[in-house]
Design a protein around this ligand. Structure first.
Ligand code: URA
Length: 231
């Protein structure tokens, strides 16, 4: 598939997204395929899975900041235990708080389509998590003490999952992981490092649903991510 076809496909996908206000598009072609993209083979997957399960048990019971008081369920994250990409969002919303799973609402379904467009998925080669694991009331931004209290969990996840690349979604996640203060428009387009791993920032899917002009830059970021995975 040529670059032009892939861009047309991306545009079509976004048009369908607008058309189907449900936000969900059923089976579509995959573009482009990523031959050779396999979970990293390190030989200690069983051990890592056990450690990750243990960590997630701890997160489920966490009371380290005030967010636990208003939560229904904590949302530790989900995906494969040997991911090539660790996708990091801001924090659970209402759907995530209800189900205990990350990115399952409209923004999550849109995110799944982005990943699918470059051969990625939480079922095969990604892990999806958030800066804070409990829903901030009314979907407000997490407060600095809340993200600081939760950050050790994320660091432990990165240590255990050892992804090849981190994809940060939106201003909050990107500012916290890069320790920078600019907005997402200024931060995206470059590669940073978090715990010695390459980090590519892009807009948050909720922001792109509200601002269609962010679609083209997101597609550029996804293509850069794809290229980095092939290096
Ligand atoms: N937005 C986020 O940042 N994370 C989720 O899990 C869902 C929506």
């Amino acid at each position: 598939m040529t670059d032009k076809t892939v861009s047309m496909y991306w545009e079509l996908l976004n048009l369908c997204e607008d058309f189907l206000d449900s936000g969900y598009l059923t089976e579509h072609g995959r573009a482009p395929s990523l031959p050779g993209l396999q979970p990293l083979k390190t030989g200690d997957a069983g051990h890592r899975t056990a450690k990750l399960e243990e960590l997630h048990e701890t997160i489920l019971e966490c009371t380290a900041c005030g967010l636990y008081e208003g939560r229904n369920l904590t949302v530790p994250g989900e995906g494969v235990t040997e991911p090539v990409v660790f996708v990091i969002g801001e924090g659970p919303g209402a759907d995530e708080d209800r189900t205990g799973r990350p990115f399952v609402g409209k923004a999550g379904r849109y995110l799944d389509k982005w990943l699918d467009a470059i051969g990625l998925s939480r079922n095969t080669n990604c892990f999806i998590g958030n800066i804070v694991k409990c829903r901030p009331p009314g979907n407000r931004d997490p407060l600095p003490d809340e993200s600081s209290a939760c950050l050790p969990y994320l660091q432990k996840q990165v240590e255990l999952l050892r992804p090849k690349v981190i994809l940060s979604l939106g201003r909050i996640a990107t500012q916290i992981l890069t320790k920078r203060t600019e907005g997402i428009t200024a931060l995206r387009g470059k590669t940073y490092r978090f715990m010695d791993l390459p980090l590519i920032p892009t807009y948050h899917p909720s922001g792109v649903l509200r601002n269609p002009e962010y679609r083209a830059p997101v597609w550029d970021d996804l293509k850069r991510l794809e290229a980095l995975l092939h290096e």
